[in-house]
Ligand binder design. Structure first.
Ligand code: FAD
Length: 381
């Protein structure tokens, strides 16, 4: 049986980033992914990467050459209310508040680096069972090359939590995210728009020459909206964003069901869960991958500094304790935002409008929110 130090289950952007962090660690790392080699590179989701994630990806050597679009301004508003807030990169002396990239382009860039570093990836190999023991964890595999292998630690980055896991917390938002790419007549000027509506938030992220759309709607409306013809749906979107932008042409319409699902603790016996396998969040604040990258960075630091058994329980609990504040802070921040803006009670709507207005009038408050978006909970004073 093959023996390794670390098995990474899932070669999506999170699993690949962990492998790359460890390329010079001396650890014997192997990845297994159920899908064919190029599947992750076809992921149509769009990610808004915080400034902190840009720095991390640059450190991994994948930022240069990656097709990204800067967000220099974020315009936040609410349909049917007077409040609005504008965040500008110039106010923070940084060139951009964040960058937009397709998840596929990012996964493709990470995979090329992993291949170049000579880290083995078992493609088309599903991990069907993990059996933790005292000294190692044994993985059963369904794939063309290997049936079982053992590792001292399994990092599960398989992109989701099973709904009946005892340690998991789950809340169904009864919402779907409709995603698409739209043209921007007159250009987007590196501006992102977040618009809160009665039925859910809608975002336009500058992406290439147009916008990536993330339009959150009640589950019951998703089918009907997806069934609309392209032009009718484009008119619907234009109605949401009003005169702020002129949308022109739409492609790649898809949808994702939205739920909050997370493990109370992201570590177990010789096991650590990362990315969507540790926490799957609502995309409203664009935090999922950004948080995952901070987790991965910290875990890699722990593994490199320890130099001993990567599955050591003390190492894993030190990692989990260190990540608690950022992890739970980000989960609660995102969940709070969804609940606050999903509620259409009139006084609350006015309070929200006043809140956004106050945010614009009060620079310290705006800086606080902006730092939180840029760097995660660590930026909380
Ligand atoms: C609409 C939408 C918008 C989003 N916007 C943002 C954003 O703006 N910013 C942000 O930071 N995040 C955002 N996110 C979240 C982000 O997409 C995820 O955090 C990120 O893609 C998770 O990556 P991952 O590697 O954990 O999972 P995945 O990308 O799902 O990869 C998991 C991999 O594991 C493999 N796999 C699964 N099971 C097995 C198995 N048993 N054995 C072997 N391999 C297996 C799969 O084949 C896959 O390749 C958004 C999400 C959605 C739905």
């Amino acid at each position: 049986m093959q023996r390794h130090d670390l098995l990474i289950v899932g070669a999506g952007p999170v699993g690949l980033a962990l492998a790359l962090f460890l390329k010079d660690s001396g650890l014997d790392v192997v990845l297994a992914d159920a899908r064919p080699r190029d599947a992750a590179a076809a992921d149509p989701r769009t990610l808004a990467l915080a400034h902190g994630s840009q720095l991390t990806l640059a450190k991994l050597g994948v930022w240069e050459g990656l097709a990204t679009t800067p967000i220099k301004t974020i315009h936040i508003s609410q349909q049917g209310s007077f409040g609005r807030s504008v965040l500008r990169a110039a106010d923070y002396d940084i060139p951009a508040l964040g960058h937009v990239v397709t998840a596929g382009a990012l996964a493709g860039a990470l995979r090329r680096k992993v291949d170049a570093a000579g880290i083995p990836v078992l493609d088309e190999t599903e991990v069907t069972h993990l059996a933790p023991g005292t000294q190692d964890i044994v993985a059963s595999l369904d794939g063309p090359r290997v049936a079982t292998l053992s590792a001292r630690l399994a990092a599960c980055a398989e992109g989701g939590l099973s709904a009946n896991d005892d340690d998991s917390v789950e809340h169904d938002y009864h919402q779907h995210a409709l995603i698409a790419h739209v043209g921007a007549a007159g250009g987007h000027h590196d501006t992102a728009f977040e618009r809160f509506t009665r039925s859910g938030p809608a975002a336009l992220l500058p992406c290439g020459r147009g916008f990536a759309v993330v339009h959150v709607v009640p589950s019951g409306d998703a089918d009907a909206l997806l069934a609309l013809g392209d032009n009718t749906y484009l008119d619907h979107l234009q109605g949401i964003f009003g005169h702020r932008v002129r949308l022109d042409g739409i492609v790649e319409r898809l949808r994702y069901p939205l739920a909050l699902r997370y493990r109370r603790t992201p570590v177990g016996h010789r096991t650590v869960w990362l990315g969507n396998a540790a926490q799957t969040m609502h995309p409203v604040a664009g935090q999922g991958f950004n948080l995952a990258l901070r987790d991965v960075h910290d875990l890699a630091d722990h593994l490199i500094l320890s130099g001993g058994d990567p599955g050591d329980p003390a190492l894993l609990s030190s990692y989990a304790n260190g990540r608690g504040l950022d992890r739970l802070g980000t989960i609660r921040f995102t969940d709070g935002l969804v609940r606050l803006f999903s509620n259409d009670i009139a006084p609350l709507r006015h309070a929200r409008g006043a809140g956004l207005f106050a945010l614009d009038l009060c620079p310290p408050l705006r800086h606080f929110v902006a730092k939180r978006m840029l760097f995660g909970a660590r930026a909380w004073p």
